[in-house]
Write a protein that binds this ligand. Sequence first.
Ligand SMILES: NC(=O)c1ccc[n+]([C@@H]2O[C@H](COP(=O)([O-])OP(=O)(O)OC[C@H]3O[C@@H](n4cnc5c(N)ncnc54)[C@H](O)[C@@H]3O)[C@@H](O)[C@H]2O)c1
Length: 279
Amino acid sequence: MKKSTLVSKMFDMKGRVAVITGAAGLLGPKHAESLAEFGANIVLLDRKPAVQKIAAAIARKYKVKAIGLKCDITQKSELEKTLKIILKKFGHIDVLVNNAANNPAVSAGGFSQNWSRLENFPLSAWEDDVAVGLTGAFLASQVFGSQMATQKKGVIVNIASDLGIIAPDQRIYRKEGLPPEQQPVKPVTYSVIKHGMLGLTKYLASYWAESGVRVNAISPGGVYTNQPRDFVKKLARHVPLHRMAHTDEYKAAIAFLSSDASEYMTGANLVVDGGRTIW
Ligand SMILES: NC(=O)c1ccc[n+]([C@@H]2O[C@H](COP(=O)([O-])OP(=O)(O)OC[C@H]3O[C@@H](n4cnc5c(N)ncnc54)[C@H](O)[C@@H]3O)[C@@H](O)[C@H]2O)c1
């Protein structure tokens, strides 16, 4: 029988190497901070070069090793190059957080017929969104997850969304004074990608269960970033806790799923949405 371990010890990530995609956006640096706080060395990937500065700040603040690498996750060759760099520097990979996605702000824009509506949604936008949000997560899992499987240990955390569980209520995005055919909507790709992330999570969890690689998802609710007051009010009405999330409110969930604290979990979806999906 396994001897009991202190819970605080189970969160310890000292010496582990965590790779985070889309790490130069709103939430990526928060995921990185959360794992660095528990001692993990961090590899931040993004197609924005800003990722290097973010890595330097994390290394200074948390006294861990942190590197920022420019990497387009839609390109398998770039991921393979990145894997080589990581293995040369650290020798192993312990955590992958599939966080990158296109998050187009829903607005009425200047179009006569709003581009976000299903009837007008450009094929190029569909392809680009899927390439980042779904194909990118698949490719990063294929490249980094396979490495973990050869190590016989690792964790993948896929960032889904409350909109991976429920359909968007398009009334939230409505703008007064616009005719129905010009009303902006949450794009179809968001739903498809986030539902797909949950499918990918279950598939990989069962596929790699015997190789020691656990795969779980987090479904966050909407984060407050100075959206118009009217939008926030409408969204809050859908949330039992009656507010949007703050950027720091997913850090504990990331630490839990990335560490041994969740060692008996795989294929699960940790919903952190203020209760939105229970209504
Ligand atoms: N912000 C929210 O309210 C919210 C709510 C639920 C779920 N989520 C999910 O959380 C995750 C992070 O959200 P966010 O708000 O930080 O998004 P964000 O748009 O601020 O950050 C996404 C990052 O991904 C990067 N990226 C895009 N394409 C890439 C590519 N091909 N290769 C590498 N990097 C690429 C972007 O440069 C950006 O830095 C996303 O998956 C998002 O769908 C966010």
